[in-house]
Design a protein. Structure first.
Length: 161
């Protein structure tokens, strides 16, 4: 009789445990996120800026999209720096080739690809360690933005030489 009670108790809890999954549970791919532009459609830039700066009247989804906007801005800055470095490397590689030296561009591209993998994995790692928290995507996009901003600063240093 006690065994049946335990089994019935476990079966009664199963739907509660199974339904505990949320939109913040499990793996996700940031490439498939709704864009902030689509998310904030119907709002003016001023309204979005105010909400993102103050957090006033913002849901967690709104705040995640605000952080997504920060990442998008940092990413656009990164692309500008990468374009400048690639242009400079292309010119430099011509000179290196003339001197019989190996080009630097392929190594830079490998380094950049490795950096992108590092950034993504670092941010997924930090985010997944939180579990299914409602702030999950806010922290993810903040991580992506912060690491990208750091890379922009690194590339700025490269461009000084």
């Amino acid at each position: 009789m006690i065994l049946r009670t335990k089994v019935l108790y476990a079966l009664a809890l199963l739907p509660i445990i199974a339904s505990a999954k949320t939109v913040y549970s499990g793996e996700f791919d940031y490439h498939n996120f709704k864009s902030p532009v689509a998310s904030f459609s119907g709002r003016t830039q001023a309204e979005v800026a105010r909400m993102c700066n103050t957090g006033e009247h913002a849901s967690n989804d709104d705040l995640a999209q605000c952080s997504h906007l920060k990442f998008n801005y940092a990413s656009s800055q990164l692309e500008k720096k990468l374009k400048a470095i690639r242009s400079r490397s292309e010119n430099n590689d011509k000179s290196l080739k003339t001197d019989g030296e190996p080009p630097s561009s392929p190594y830079f591209e490998k380094a950049q690809a490795a950096w992108t993998t590092y950034r993504d994995n670092e941010c997924y790692s930090e985010t997944y360690s939180m579990g299914a928290a409602a702030e999950r995507y806010i922290f993810f996009w903040e991580c992506m933005a912060n690491i990208t901003k750091s890379r922009v600063k690194e590339l700025d240093e490269l461009l000084k030489y």
